[in-house]
Design a protein around this ligand. Structure first.
Ligand SMILES: NC(=O)c1ccc[n+]([C@@H]2O[C@H](COP(=O)([O-])OP(=O)(O)OC[C@H]3O[C@@H](n4cnc5c(N)ncnc54)[C@H](OP(=O)(O)O)[C@@H]3O)[C@@H](O)[C@H]2O)c1
Length: 308
């Protein structure tokens, strides 16, 4: 497992993260087995949000199932998110402060290693966010901050007021859902959908500003509409490529789907959503595979992206 220091933090983080969005129906034993398998595979990073499983539902399942000694707590990185409410987005100071307190109680921990603003609230008052972050940081409740699904423009707006580094941005990225990467490859092409810039140059902005990107839904073909690994009906050539490259590196296609993301020099983290320990092991194996350019671009083009 590749462990590295995300810029502008003191963290030593695995580049594969276990996401906790889908654990609400798992029992304590199943959650402990999943988390234990991840730890054994070298994953030290767990991703939550206040809304997963209903209000703090998945956080509570995790907190009820997993107990950390002080040493174990310091050895793991627990991240959560705030900002999505039922029918609206809310970056108000009051909501951020209240939700973090509720997250800590549900998770049964004293501090979050990282808090992300989940999706952009266009009614944001950056001074409000800054006041909330200052209070959380000063109280020792949150050690690092970041955002999710946000453009360079929103990050610049927040940066003008927020005192702590915005060190992370969690965004949707898989081989098949890759506008973040594919747009730049096809820049300057008329009449090509792939050339449309949907995030205002976020990839290069993140690299230039030392913001670590985290890829959510790494195996989903679109937004929760199925997994491309093994889907020969819709992704035959891609699955041929995954199989060939997996065999060449002695891992499974799942590991190669992870490696396609971790191979990018932007040091992108991969946020897994599986509830199956075996898939965690297969995914972790992709953490450090040095795909060649030929392999990486074969996966890119067989997924349907264009090289002009
Ligand atoms: N910031 C955001 O806006 C945002 C949005 C969504 C998610 N997230 C985070 O990202 C994490 C990952 O998202 P995700 O769960 O959508 O990611 P994912 O890992 O792409 O998808 C996981 C789902 O795909 C299934 N799956 C994976 N590989 C499979 C295979 N080879 N064959 C059949 N099924 C397979 C899993 O089933 P099994 O459980 O059976 O393996 C699970 O239902 C979440 O847990 C959450 O932490 C963030």
């Amino acid at each position: 497992m590749k462990i590295y220091n995300p810029p502008r933090t003191n963290l030593q983080a695995s580049n594969v993260i276990l996401g906790m969005m889908r654990i609400s129906d798992m029992d304590d034993e199943e959650i402990r087995a999943l988390v234990g398998t991840a730890r054994d595979a070298g994953i030290n990073f767990f991703d939550h949000a206040d809304i997963y499983g209903g209000a703090h539902g998945c956080e509570k399942r995790f907190g009820d199932a997993v107990t950390f000694t002080d040493a174990e707590r310091e050895a793991v990185i627990i991240q959560s998110k705030v900002g999505i409410r039922q029918g609206f987005f809310d970056f108000s100071k009051e909501h951020i402060l209240r939700s973090v307190d509720e997250s800590l109680a549900a998770l049964n921990i004293d501090y979050l290693d990282i808090l992300l603003l989940h999706r952009p609230d266009t009614l944001v008052e950056p001074e409000d966010v800054a006041a909330a972050f200052d209070a959380l940081h000063a109280a020792g409740k949150v050690r690092n901050f970041g955002v999710s699904n946000q453009t360079p423009g929103v990050i610049e707006l927040l940066k003008r007021s927020v005192n702590q580094p915005l060190a992370f941005n969690q965004v949707q990225l898989s081989i098949t859902h890759a506008p973040l990467i594919a747009q730049g490859v096809a820049a300057n092409m008329a009449g090509l959908d792939q050339s449309i810039d949907r995030d205002n140059g976020l990839l290069e902005y993140s690299r230039l500003n030392d913001i670590t990107l985290q890829a959510w839904s790494p195996f989903q073909s679109g937004i929760f509409d199925g997994v491309f690994v093994g889907d020969r009906e819709n992704y035959g050539p891609l699955n041929d490529a995954l199989d060939d490259i997996a065999a060449a590196h002695g891992v499974t296609p799942t590991g190669i789907a992870v490696a396609w993301i971790t191979r990018h020099p932007a040091n992108i983290q991969v946020v897994l959503g599986t509830t199956k320990p075996a898939r965690v092991v297969e995914s972790a194996a992709g953490s450090g595979i040095p795909l060649s350019r030929e392999e990486w671009y074969r996966l890119f083009t067989t997924a349907g992206h264009v090289l002009p």
